[in-house]
Design a protein around this ligand. Structure first.
Ligand code: ARG
Length: 576
């Protein structure tokens, strides 16, 4: 189902094309009418004509009476268009009858890798992992909904020199105790004590170094111990994912170690292409355009001088694998802004090696930081990183009391709800929404009171709007009517209807720019349009036609909110 705006755009494009072949109508929403096309300006400039005359010629050949009831040309050559209400009504009925709410599956389905979350083994998941996990999960859900073959890839840090000391610490603690600490989430403590032994006890440090060699040479017992570390950490990550309600599972774990067997081939292939340069004993590629602050070319180290591989080599192997083996044509890296240069260099080298190229692109879906009220990186009182799981637990507790307060204002809504379930849905939803509704490029200040408010652009507000609509049906003991083309005589009905029809458009824009905040902004406007409608138009009226018309708008609003929130990974309780 084409959305209303695209249908109008297609007609406009045809009319513009007949006036000036290939001309872009340049359509955007307008405060004056519903849409405005200002493409006449550019055409007029190129032809040396008056914009108003160009607009007139366009309108003359424009065949749009079935879609728009008003077409006006403004003094500067803008074409203002107002949708015909019957057209909107008929589209709304079709949307209501469609399970996908008018969102079509793409006819250019791609295999898309979404690389997100990626915590490190035996290291705490802290608030820094919130954004990658939440944004990556939302994008993965939306891409899948649009019909892409989405591969969630959790590139966990499960390899490297620190594993020597971590394994030795595990041995010292005893496996059982170590497993317990790790799966219970005492990861920081575990890591720091290993580190402390390494720094203060020369014998431990020596054992650790030998352990690294054993690990790299594939010693069976060492690998077994390493697997304990990895498995227990993953078990803990899974708990956090469950609490957070993200779709990552064990099957999505493709840690750094997964690429170990491929590293020698990567080197060979780069070597064969003549891209490798020996630089201070290390094998490197110098992608053009990257320099340090002295202006010297920057190397991407593929293999270190001791023969080991690092973060960059692994990322190159991952790109090659994802393109060659998985057949991916789009690789999304949902990784914080500080890793921008690393990723851009990897992408550049992968392009030089022709793993990336026409039709196969890699995108750094970058994001800013989560800040405390002091506008510095969010930290605990003692200055440490905030454990993600603690933050989520606090969100749930705070949601519980926010809901209790809310019920004093609106007790009707609460009968028979499972308080624990709702507190979790609202608390987690609030944290996710606060994160997703900020333009990902920007930092944001983590503010409990703001994110948990039932008014304003918040998760609880949207969830509450949804639950309130559901309660109209419940309390009125009415069923959802078979969808009818709604009457849009009242301006609030029309505004709501128009807003609802924008859903496919909002989703597409969100995915095209990998910007969940756009979907958030859209849903907030739906909730606001619904509130205005509900305050001005009585729903349970006597008149049969008006009643089912308004109930159709109510139900569609609730569904757009619920489905929209689900794309963001946020649940919408029926009552709260
Ligand atoms: N484990 C890394 C970190 O914590 C993030 C990995 C991101 N993904 C990647 N393919 N490099 O910084």
């Amino acid at each position: 189902m084409d959305d209303v705006r695209s249908l109008v755009e297609q007609r406009l494009a045809r009319a513009f094309d007949s006036v000036s072949p290939g001309a872009d109508p340049v359509v955007r929403p307008s405060g004056r009418a519903d849409l405005q096309a200002n493409g006449a300006i550019a055409v007029a400039r190129s032809l040396g004509h008056d914009p108003v005359d160009v607009a007139k010629s366009v309108v003359e050949v424009l065949d749009i009476a079935d879609l728009c009831e008003q077409v006006e040309i403004s003094g500067n050559g803008f074409i203002n268009l107002t949708y015909a209400s019957e057209f909107l009504a008929e589209r709304l009925a079709a949307m209501a009858a469609d399970e996908r709410l008018g969102v079509e599956r793409t006819d250019r389905s791609e295999t898309v890798v979404v690389d997100y979350s990626a915590p490190n083994v035996a290291k705490e998941m802290h608030v820094g992992h919130l954004r990658t996990t939440v944004i990556g999960d939302a994008l993965a859900r939306m891409l899948a909904f649009l019909g892409h073959d989405v591969r969630r890839e959790n590139h966990i840090g499960d390899w490297g020199t620190p594993f020597g000391m971590l394994i030795e610490h595990l041995v010292d603690l005893g496996e059982e105790e170590a497993a317990h600490e790790l799966s219970a989430g005492d990861l920081t403590d575990f890591y720091q004590r290993a580190r402390a032994s390494f720094d203060t006890d020369p014998a431990f440090a020596e054992r650790s170094r030998r352990r690294v060699v054993l690990l790299q040479s594939g010693d069976a017992e060492t690998l077994r111990l390493w697997r304990v570390l990895v498995a227990e950490s993953i078990r803990y990550f899974d708990l956090v994912y469950q609490k957070l309600g993200v779709e990552l599972t064990d099957d999505d774990v493709f840690g750094e170690s997964f690429y170990n067997p491929m590293l020698p081939e990567v080197v060979e292939e780069l070597e064969a292409q003549g891209l490798l340069v020996l630089h201070e004993g290390a094998r490197c590629v110098f992608p053009p355009g990257f320099t340090n602050r002295h202006g010297d070319p920057l190397p991407l180290i593929v293999q270190k001088s001791d023969g080991g591989y690092g973060y960059a080599g692994t990322d190159l192997a991952a790109i090659r694998y994802r393109v060659r083996q998985l057949g991916a044509t789009r690789l999304l890296y949902v990784v914080g802004a500080p890793q921008s240069q690393h990723l851009q260099m990897c992408f550049a080298v992968a392009s030089m090696a022709r793993w990336l190229g026409p039709g196969v692109e890699a995108v750094h879906v970058s994001f800013g930081s989560v800040l405390g009220s002091d506008h510095r990186m969010l930290a605990t009182r003692s200055g440490g990183a905030v454990k993600l799981v603690d933050l989520l637990d606090e969100a749930i507790e705070r949601a519980r009391s926010a809901i209790a307060q809310r019920r004093e204002v609106d007790p009707n809504n609460a009968a028979g709800v499972d308080d624990d379930a709702v507190a979790a849905q609202v608390g987690i939803g609030a944290v996710k929404y606060a994160d997703l509704s900020t333009d990902r490029g920007r930092d944001y200040v983590f503010d409990w009171d703001r994110m948990l408010a039932f008014e304003g652009d918040t998760g609880p507000y949207l969830q509450y709007a949804h639950a309130r609509i559901r309660s109209i049906f419940r309390r009125g003991e009415v069923d959802v009517p078979d969808p009818v083309p709604p009457v849009l005589d009242d301006p609030h009905e029309r505004a709501l209807g128009l807003q609802l029809l924008g859903f496919p458009w909002a989703l597409e824009e969100t995915v095209a720019t990998y910007s969940p905040h756009k979907l958030c902004g859209y849903l907030f406007e739906v909730a606001s349009a619904f509130t205005a409608f509900y305050e001005n138009c009585r729903v349970l009226v006597e008149d049969e036609r008006q009643r089912s018309s308004r109930l159709t708008l109510c139900d569609l609003s609730a569904r757009v909110l619920r489905v929209g929130l689900s794309h963001l990974g946020i649940e919408a309780p029926e009552r709260m």
